[in-house]
Design a protein around this ligand. Structure first.
Ligand code: PLP
Length: 285
């Protein structure tokens, strides 16, 4: 596996960072995950825009222009064997003596990229759907920043795994649903697709946007609004979306069936159109 670290491509075994890297010490950095299908990057401009938003959110200067990112990403894809890859981009505030305050003067940020094989959900999972549990959203108030400090998300996702499930659906203030531990969540009720609004309490998912665009072009009734806690427990369908999971049905919540307990019509429609959209984008690339 060839990775990129601070301007150089190298085998992963040779990629090291100093222990005083602020990413290691403070979790002081941001990241992106970008899917690549048949060696074509999916929605690069949107991912780079979100990366810029995350960097602005932590007051870190973008080390590269979009053109420089695109060149480096193209080379990383080229240097790795798989046709379908998922790229991980990671930028930290760099290496400095341990002090919470930003280093002054600023130091070089650490830039790391790697590629892994993209394994989208198996047919079995697509047909059965996955289980989810619900939990209190105990994260900070800037969930719109794709921060590398993921300990709350790690603990919340592990809660699902410990219950034999795939995802944890997060409830803020005992009142409304925000997202999953590592995905966005959609609710379906009476044929309407409900999506929480993009604000500081959830990550603005790239897949989330694609799903809403598909809903608009397919004339699927859609409401973007706060989703009350009670609505997830009475949903006809629940869907999760992310770059690596794409669109997946959640068929149990807290051990009880969601709707009929099987992936529903809305899932089938959105999944099909998502696959069509991907093929379309790749044909144009
Ligand atoms: C907390 C969280 N929300 C939502 C998402 C989905 O975002 P995207 O569709 O851009 O992958 C992710 C992706 O990993 C995530 O970690």
């Amino acid at each position: 596996m060839t990775v990129y670290l601070n301007g150089k491509f190298m085998p992963i075994e040779e990629a090291y960072i100093p222990v005083l890297d602020r990413g290691f010490i403070f979790g002081d950095g941001v990241y992106e995950v970008i899917p690549v299908y048949s060696r074509c990057v999916f929605r690069l401009a949107e991912h780079l825009k979100r990366l810029q938003h995350s960097l602005d959110g932590i007051r870190l200067k973008n080390p590269h222009s979009d053109h420089e990112w695109a060149q480096r990403i193209a080379e990383l894809i080229e240097r790795n064997a798989e046709e379908d890859q998922y790229l991980y981009l990671h930028i930290t505030r760099g290496v400095a003596k341990r002090d919470h305050a930003f280093p002054g003067p600023a130091v070089q940020p650490t830039v790391f990229m790697m590629s892994n094989p993209l394994l989208t959900p198996s047919n079995t999972l697509l047909e059965s759907g996955v289980g989810a549990v619900s939990a209190v959203d105990n994260r900070w108030l800037r969930c719109d920043i794709k921060a590398i400090a993921l300990l709350p998300n790690v603990l919340l996702r592990q809660m699902a795994i410990d219950h034999g499930c795939a995802e944890t659906i997060l409830i803020r203030d005992d009142a409304f649903m925000t997202e999953g531990a590592a995905s966005n969540i959609f609710v379906v009720k009476n044929g309407v697709l409900l999506a929480p609004p993009k604000d500081h309490l959830m990550l603005p998912g790239i897949t989330y946007d694609v799903v809403l665009e598909i809903a608009a072009t397919q004339g699927i009734p859609c409401e973007v609004r706060r989703i009350a806690k009670g609505e997830i427990f009475t949903a006809d369908e629940l869907l999760l979306t992310s770059s690596t999971k794409e669109v997946l049905a959640i068929t149990t919540l807290d051990n009880k069936p969601v709707g009929e307990g099987l992936p529903g019509n809305m899932f089938a429609r959105l999944y099909k159109h998502y696959q069509d959209y991907k093929r379309d984008v790749m044909r144009k690339a």
